[in-house]
Design a protein around this ligand. Sequence first.
Ligand code: SF4
Length: 438
Amino acid sequence: MTMNRAWFHTFGCKANQYDTERMRQSLESSGVIPAASPDAADLAVLNTCTVTSEADRDACRLIRRLAREHLGLRIVVAGCSAALREAEYASMPEVWRVVPGQEPGDVVRAAISGRDQGLVRLRGAGSSLLARFRRGTRAWLKVQDGCDRRCSFCATRIARGGSRSRAPEEVVAEARLLAREHPELVITGIHIGHYGQDLPGRWSLSRLCARLLEEVPGVRVRLSSIEATEIDDLLIDLLAGSGGRLVPHLHVPLQSGSDDVLRRMRRWHTREGYRARVLEIASRLPYLGLGADIIVGFPGESEADHAETRALVEELPYTYLHVFPYSARSGTAAASLPNTVPGTIKAARSRELRELGLAGGRAYRASRVGGRAEMVVETFPEGSLPEGQEGATGLTEDYLRVEVALDDFGGPGGLQRGAVLRGTLGGDADRLRLTAAS
Ligand code: SF4
């Protein structure tokens, strides 16, 4: 059977996107050609996520749909959900092979197993690949995998194992290559705040960032999700004093604003420890894009617990929130906790927090009108511009999606994807626009 075109789909976090890219490169180096859609592919590689039960269901839904709509497509299921539910996926008749984890070499072996070995030679699988991201203007730079914490709700840690950091030299070398084609690098991993703790020497995320800023010029650096209590003083100094190269955007998981719930979640921080660190960071920066994850309806979460979360959300300067109704993950300690919260209450509490997050974002965007911003162009329409659209859109340093007044920057011909534009934010909270006017 001929099988030389592969389509990839990633569920979940930025770390997974990075892992998919490495899988893609391993398959490419083995002679497989990437396909733009499942229509054009004879192999589909799904890199799954298990952060919620919805993520598992999404993967199963896509597998069934792909098999239904693309007869003969061979489906390889890899990633976190595959690691935890290997037997379940293996029993699905639609699935060709299951790879429990993210190892690119395993994906290549699964992809080529049972096929005409003459078509593809396995070359370089498992070797140290440098991830490249040809599409998109941001590139993910994965610095570690796994996590040493024991949050009682978390299946990701079970799927990925303990924290393993990449050597700083390897990270810097990869960053140099990526910086040739990308104006922004996003430092990613499963628990980046523990970067370096397993390495010889006194490595930390802040030291790694300082080295990247020094040795990889001309690129801006963004941190992906990081625990607030693991942001050390050096990292705050870099956020405040790198001239915007370490961009003022933090995504700091809260999970709950109640100490009782945090204890049952086996989180290591208190409400006050989190609150104090976030306020300190915000006080050092003129502006800050600030996001958080919150789990709503954890077992035993009372109305008073929820009120504490709500009060904290109202106090802290969040610019967006990711709110997840709790769903039990098999194999986790929380799955056996009593006093589950009814779905209707979870839905109502989720709605309330999401609305607060939206209101915070709106207020923040309004406060930024008239301020300076640096934007990287991400979407750039081909051909004529749709009516009422400014054309290009992109992300600012503080994670705002903005449009560009094309005339201000030389018209459509003067712009391209990945361009870095500096200007003043105009428009209003509903629709921010970058203009060249100072
Ligand atoms: S810190 Fe907690 S939630 Fe985050 S990956 Fe580790 S165990 Fe999971």
